[in-house]
Design a protein around this ligand. Structure first.
Ligand code: 13P
Length: 256
């Protein structure tokens, strides 16, 4: 049985300590009381250290939104995995908003290097994959998403694959209010995500990996996704910026 995991991707919001603390002080205790789910808050880097001081170990964990693969170096503005260790347990890697403008720093190869580096440092990568509207309409979703999954996990051991989290986020569903249907997301996760992992690492590994859906998830529609057998949680953007995120997490668990 895969343990559900719901992650909040704050993106470039609530990045001042007073803003971040205002939300976290309201949601921290109720989130910690929800049992049977891993909850991860991924705020901007600027508030990670402050939140690490107020988030206890119980129930709620922290994640970063990106990292470089190197430990240190002449990389102006970058954050390394060794800087994150001790501050957070998770790190989002390969989000489509970064892939869209990141060039070679966010290529499939770069995503793979970041995944390997995160695992080496004991961080859990939340690896984002997903097709844009044109590929979706052209019927290329499975081939494209499968290719992203294969590239991200290239060279990993089966043990390592068992430690990652994947997030299927169709780009056309992000921030649009137009989520994928639970059935369509379930199908893509089964075929393109787990199917690709099964080919490379075996059925047992594919069946054990946790896979989230992301893209316009909110407290109203989360139950539909969680009721799907292949979907283990959600990566939530806009709906994670309000105290109602607690309702979303509560309903996620109830629908399981
Ligand atoms: P929204 O929930 O705002 O659509 O964002 C999804 C997302 O990109 C999470 O990483």
């Amino acid at each position: 049985m895969r343990r559900p995991i719901v992650a909040a991707n704050w993106k470039m919001h609530l990045g001042r300590v007073d803003q971040a603390l205002a939300l976290v002080r309201r949601i921290r205790l109720p989130l910690g009381r929800v049992e049977g789910v891993d909850v991860v808050l991924c705020p901007p880097f600027t508030v990670l250290a402050s939140l690490a001081e107020v988030i206890g170990s119980k129930g709620v964990a922290l994640g970063a939104q990106n990292m470089h693969w190197d430990d240190h170096g002449a990389q102006t503005g970058e954050i390394s995995p060794s800087m994150l260790v001790g501050l957070c347990r998770y790190v989002i890697i390969g989000h489509s908003e970064r892939r869209a403008s990141g060039g070679s720093a966010e290529s499939d190869g770069a995503v793979n290097r970041k995944v390997i580096s995160a695992l080496t440092h004991g961080l859990t990568p939340i690896i984002c994959v997903g097709e844009d509207a044109a590929r979706n309409e052209a019927g290329e979703t499975d081939v494209f998403v499968g290719g992203q999954v294969r590239a991200a996990l290239d060279g990993l051991s089966a043990d390592d694959v068992g430690r990652v989290v994947l997030a299927y986020e169709p780009i056309w569903a992000i921030g649009t209010g137009r989520s994928a249907t639970p059935a369509a997301a379930n199908r893509t996760i089964a075929l393109a995500v787990r199917g690709t992992i099964a080919l490379g690492f075996g059925e047992a590994v594919a069946g054990a990996v946790r896979v989230q859906y992301g893209g316009s998830v909110n407290a109203q529609n989360i139950a539909g996704f969680m009721a799907m057998p292949e979907i283990d949680g959600a990566l939530v953007g806009g709906a994670s910026l309000q105290p109602e995120f607690v309702d979303l997490v509560t309903r996620a668990v109830a629908a399981r």
